[in-house]
Write a protein of this length. Structure first.
Length: 280
């Protein structure tokens, strides 16, 4: 089996044209160490086979613990109906996963679908370090969604799963006729967890995706929606990970978390809105 850095070199050999320098926006060429743009800006591969495109570290509230538990839930089957819906939409496409976290969604999709090329990035280096442990032919990098290190019109599909958006940059890197697939939580998403975490705070138990959908439609009017809703029965081995996998736990008292670990949730509502937007 190839080392991570050798897998990454092979990817860059085949797909360096997908990248553009985030400093000067010129095209990039492969070197033995990584990539260099026509103005001489260099980006060297880490030992894990990842590239770091940030000029300075951007703060992320997502840490290694959250990514670890999120990976366990994704790999444990929590989102299988979502993956089944998405996989056929990616067949033989260049795919960019924006805000990929620890990479389990994209790695799972690459196992279910034959992709031309797959790149995932996040601003949280802790997530990308974990993503590099996947054995799929996915390329991972640390980057900023407001200044994407990718060439104009280079991707057929952008995935944006539970992550912020920058529609100006999305349109720039999407090919004509390309597709943005944005996965948005529904009103009942993880409702049992919100209620358990904040039993006396009705405001924190509620969620609305209205503003997110409205902003998306302003940028991509040609959008259709698929709704996915089901109950996921949580295996006992994953019940503790549910408590640690999302920002919902931020601000929850240690006492309350201890109570929930002693009496864990046995099932959880998955309520998702999948927006499929065509780039005109």
């Amino acid at each position: 089996m190839l080392k991570k850095i050798d897998r990454a070199r092979l990817f860059l050999e085949q797909h360096s044209g997908l990248f553009a320098c985030p400093i000067c926006h010129h095209s990039m060429n492969q070197t033995l160490q990584g990539l260099i743009c026509t103005n001489g800006h260099r980006y060297d591969l880490s030992k894990k086979g990842t590239l770091y495109f940030l000029k300075s570290q951007l703060k992320s509230d997502y840490d290694a613990n959250l990514f670890f538990h999120r990976a366990k839930m994704i790999q444990g089957g929590m989102y299988q109906p979502l993956l089944a819906l998405l996989a056929p939409l990616l067949e033989e496409r260049n795919v960019l996963d924006i805000g990929c976290g620890e990479g389990s969604f994209l790695a799972s999709l690459q196992q279910l679908s034959s992709l031309k090329a797959a790149i995932g990035f996040d601003i949280a280096k802790e997530g990308i370090y974990q993503a590099s442990n996947h054995t799929t032919d996915t390329f991972w990098c640390v980057a900023d969604l407001t200044n994407l290190p990718f060439a104009n019109q280079s991707f057929d599909v952008i995935l944006n799963i539970f992550s912020p958006s920058n529609y100006h940059e999305f349109k720039r890197v999407l090919a004509p006729g390309g597709r943005l697939i944005k996965v948005i939580p529904g009103e009942k998403y993880l409702f049992e967890l919100r209620k358990a975490f904040y039993p006396n705070n009705e405001a924190k138990q509620q969620y609305s995706n209205h503003l997110v959908v409205e902003k998306l439609l302003q940028a991509f009017p040609n959008t259709r929606f698929e709704k996915i809703q089901y109950q996921f029965v949580i295996p006992k081995a994953l019940q503790a990970s549910l408590l640690e996998m999302s920002p919902l736990e931020w601000g929850v008292s240690l006492e309350r978390k201890a109570q929930l670990k002693a009496q864990p949730l046995a099932q959880i509502t998955i309520d998702l809105l999948v927006a499929i937007s065509e780039n005109e």
